[in-house]
Design a protein around this ligand. Structure first.
Ligand SMILES: Cc1cc2nc3c(=O)[nH]c(=O)nc-3n(C[C@H](O)[C@H](O)[C@H](O)COP(=O)(O)OP(=O)(O)OC[C@H]3O[C@@H](n4cnc5c(N)ncnc54)[C@H](O)[C@@H]3O)c2cc1C
Length: 343
């Protein structure tokens, strides 16, 4: 186990902000994980596990504990028949490479989750989703080290507390489980419409009639590349706010008060999901570049906050607050932040 000290955490967040970590190490297997936890425990240090840093940003104060960067690899098909394939994947595998591999094998289940940055082990944390699929729909089991029980556990998907961009790992059991592997149930079945509207639109516009996991992956990659910044080139955490879910009554009231038609989609009974990007734009933040904080909204997708020249996490938080306050004043809705501020 190789432990580094005084590491710049800005290098471990795609937003590229934050102070130093007292200690940081990479985890490649169960043994290293247990050694690292014992090392931290002996010094009563707090521990945080991360993957690719694409959904986190760090406090300017940094973290006075041990950061574990998950690098556990592996991809094992352990059961299959004509229709079903079960595959167990190491938490440190790059997620998009995993999607590419399943698509190349002609499997369906996660193809619309193409090009989501980060690691495989982080996908259950906020139940990653895009273009009509969520990891919750394909996941069967999470293998994790439970710091409360001090042992490895297997958690069935039904016990993960999945919801829209959330799970027990992000809420009630935050910090309790270090995910080491996940198991997915994929299938060889044909893809059936209806597809997510933006995806369907792309397939229609480009006359894609041969609808396979591979052509859907290509379509999703093309759509995402046309509107999202590449975190390797532009510092960002993807969507910074979740789409608010409000009651039908609240929607009617907002539309009456503002004389605006709010873009929305039905969700659970009597509830609607409304477009956070639209709210941000209506509040005056479309393609907005803020000289005070060095932050901006991405011209092609207003939900993405980009770090153009911010000097600190305090600048990012100040910019976020400007947007939250403006949306609150205009619509009475409090936007919820999607990426996590650590620690
Ligand atoms: C350009 C861009 C586009 C994006 N698009 C989408 C999208 O379409 N849909 C979507 O849902 N998300 C999207 N995201 C967010 C992000 O890619 C996902 O949340 C991704 O799963 C984060 O993976 P990561 O490895 O980078 O996690 P990190 O950012 O490193 O960590 C995220 C959280 O998970 C925890 N964590 C990470 N690994 C483990 C582990 N092995 N065990 C326990 N806890 C762990 C961390 O402590 C932290 O709480 C996007 C981000 C960017 C930058």
């Amino acid at each position: 186990m190789n432990i580094f000290h005084g590491v710049t955490l800005a290098d471990f967040s795609t937003m590229r902000l934050g102070g130093p970590a007292a200690h940081l190490t990479e985890i490649h297997n169960h043994t290293e994980l247990q050694e690292a936890l014992a090392w931290a425990s002996a010094q009563t240090l707090p521990v945080i596990m991360i993957g690719g840093g694409s959904n986190i940003f760090w406090r300017d104060e940094g973290f006075a504990g041990l950061v574990l960067v998950n690098k556990i690899v592996g991809y094992e098909v352990f059961e299959e028949d004509e229709q079903n394939v079960y595959v167990t994947i190491g938490a440190g595998e790059n997620w998009d490479s995993v999607v590419a591999r399943t698509v190349e094998a002609g499997l369906t289940g996660i193809e619309t989750l193409s090009l989501i940055p980060g690691s495989t082990g982080a996908t259950p944390i906020q139940n990653v989703g895009a273009y009509g699929q969520e990891i919750a729909q394909s996941l069967t089991t999470v293998e994790a080290f439970d710091v409360q029980a001090n042992s490895l556990v297997n958690i069935p998907a039904t016990d993960c507390g999945f919801g829209y961009r959330t799970s027990r790992f992000k809420t009630t059991d935050r910090g309790r489980f270090f995910i080491t592997h996940i198991t997915l149930h994929l299938s060889r079945g044909k893809l059936q419409p209806p597809f997510y509207p933006a995806l369907q639109q792309y397939l229609t516009d480009h006359n894609v009639s041969d609808i396979t996991p591979a052509t859907v992956r290509q379509a999703v990659i093309a759509i995402r590349n046309s509107k999202l910044p590449d975190p390797a080139l532009v510092a960002n955490n993807g969507s910074f706010f979740a789409n608010p879910i409000i009651s039908q009554g609240q929607l009617t009231q907002i539309q009456a008060d503002t004389s605006l038609t709010v873009p929305h989609w039905p969700t659970q009974e009597n509830l609607v999901k409304i477009s956070a990007a639209w709210l941000v734009e209506q509040a005056g933040f479309k393609d907005f570049h803020d000289p005070e904080t060095g932050m901006a909204t991405w011209a092609k997708q207003s939900l993405v906050l980009v770090n153009e020249s911010a000097q600190s996490t305090a600048h990012l938080l100040a910019f976020k607050q400007k947007i939250v306050d403006a949306v609150q004043a205009k619509f009475g809705i409090t936007l919820q932040q999607e990426p996590e501020l650590l620690p």
